[in-house]
Design a protein around this ligand. Structure first.
Ligand code: ADP
Length: 355
């Protein structure tokens, strides 16, 4: 067997997680050029920005390096993208999401109100209460869960199970985490709109090996859009939690977000609102509360929409610091944990009544 054939045979062991086919038979290996000087493999993906392209490239590079370690620095793997194939209908796959008891979306009207921070800390509070918890970070505009859990740069591996190929979520502090951030560079986030984002998201929902979970929290992008719709289509949500600062609370975006969940045929119960950055207490004046962003917002919104205030979280330095250091504050700061434990209890309680 010449080297080209040998490499082709070797690459039959690399499987594309979405189709379950090996990359040679699936036509992804477009060309192999190998001589004593260098090896070049071109991979052609049917869809642009295939979320598995990077991990497949890595596997190809690794497999060839193992075959000819002496050529390690002369192996090039190119990724090409073709126009979508005529028939892109994939076989219906068994989804691991069916083993999740409660899917809860965390939404906000605007960015920067602390939705991702609340998601991360709430997940930890639920885990601390003994529940099995996962997070699906679907915030295409700013996937921040990898950083918050200290797993930036994680590349999900694919595993073969009875139900097909699945991606392995990252594990951090007992939470299973899958993030759109594992597949895109922050600088590319803006082009990830529309079908590209929703396709990747569907794969992340159904082809992540979630295992048995009590709660999957979904960190949604701010506002309302394609990603929200596809989450609502693909998963049966037990409820949604709205995060807002007091200042943002009564804005149209928040009201629109609530209306989206409550729309006919969607009818996802909105469990309530978490008011974040509700006040500030300086360390030297522990009994003082400064309502920097206003005071009555959440209560007023509650009156208008019938929503319960699930909890208020003040501005706390450790919350911001934890997000930066990759350790959500609820894991290490009892003062923060207390707030989130109360919110988690309320959510569990509401879900028990809803279901
Ligand atoms: P979003 O997901 O809504 O865009 P983030 O969760 O990324 O918002 O939070 C925005 C910024 O605010 C982050 O730097 C985060 O650390 C900080 N932050 C969020 N909540 C608090 C809080 N209660 N106290 C202090 N800083 C906070």
């Amino acid at each position: 067997m010449n080297m080209t054939d040998e490499i082709r045979e070797l690459l039959r062991a690399v499987i594309h997680p979405e189709s379950g086919e090996n990359i040679v038979d699936a036509g992804i290996v477009e060309s192999i050029a190998a001589d004593r000087e260098k090896i070049t493999v071109a991979l052609l993906f049917a869809k642009s920005r295939d979320p598995f392209a990077a991990s497949i490239k890595r596997q190809v590079q690794g497999a060839i390096t193992q075959l000819v370690p002496e050529m390690a620095d002369r192996i090039t793997v190119l990724i090409k993208e073709a126009a979508p194939r005529k028939n892109t209908e994939t076989q219906p796959k068994r989804s691991d999401a069916s083993r999740i008891a409660h899917v809860v979306a965390v939404a906000s009207g605007k960015g920067g109100v602390g939705k991702s921070t609340v998601t991360a800390n709430l997940a930890l509070a639920l885990a601390a209460a003994g529940y099995r918890v996962g997070i699906l970070d679907a915030d295409i505009y700013g996937p921040s869960q990898p950083k918050m859990f200290g797993v930036e740069g994680y590349m999900p591996d694919a595993v073969e199970t009875e139900g097909g190929e699945f991606m392995v979520p990252a594990q951090s502090r007992g939470i299973s985490l899958m993030s759109i951030g594992f597949f895109i560079k922050p600088s590319d986030a803006l082009i990830w709109r529309g079908p590209m984002a929703t396709n990747a998201l569907k794969q992340m929902i159904h082809q992540t090996r979630w295992g048995v979970l009590d709660f999957l929290l979904i960190d949604l992008p701010p506002g309302t859009g394609d990603v929200h719709l596809s989450v609502l289509q693909e998963l049966k949500l037990s409820g949604a939690v709205i995060v807002s600062t007091p200042q943002q609370v009564a804005l149209a975006d928040v009201v629109r977000g609530i209306a989206m969940f409550r729309a006919p045929k969607i009818e996802v119960p909105v469990l309530g609102i978490v008011e974040n950055m509700a006040w500030f207490t300086p360390a030297e004046l522990p009994d003082n509360r400064y309502y920097i962003f206003g005071r009555e917002g959440a209560r007023k919104l509650g009156e208008e929409t019938g929503l319960e205030l699930l909890g208020q979280i003040p501005i706390i330095h450790s919350v911001m610091d934890g997000g930066e250091r990759g350790v959500p504050a609820a894991a290490v700061d009892a003062a923060v944990e207390k707030h989130y434990r109360a919110i988690a209890d309320r959510i569990v309680d509401k879900l028990r009544k809803e279901c």
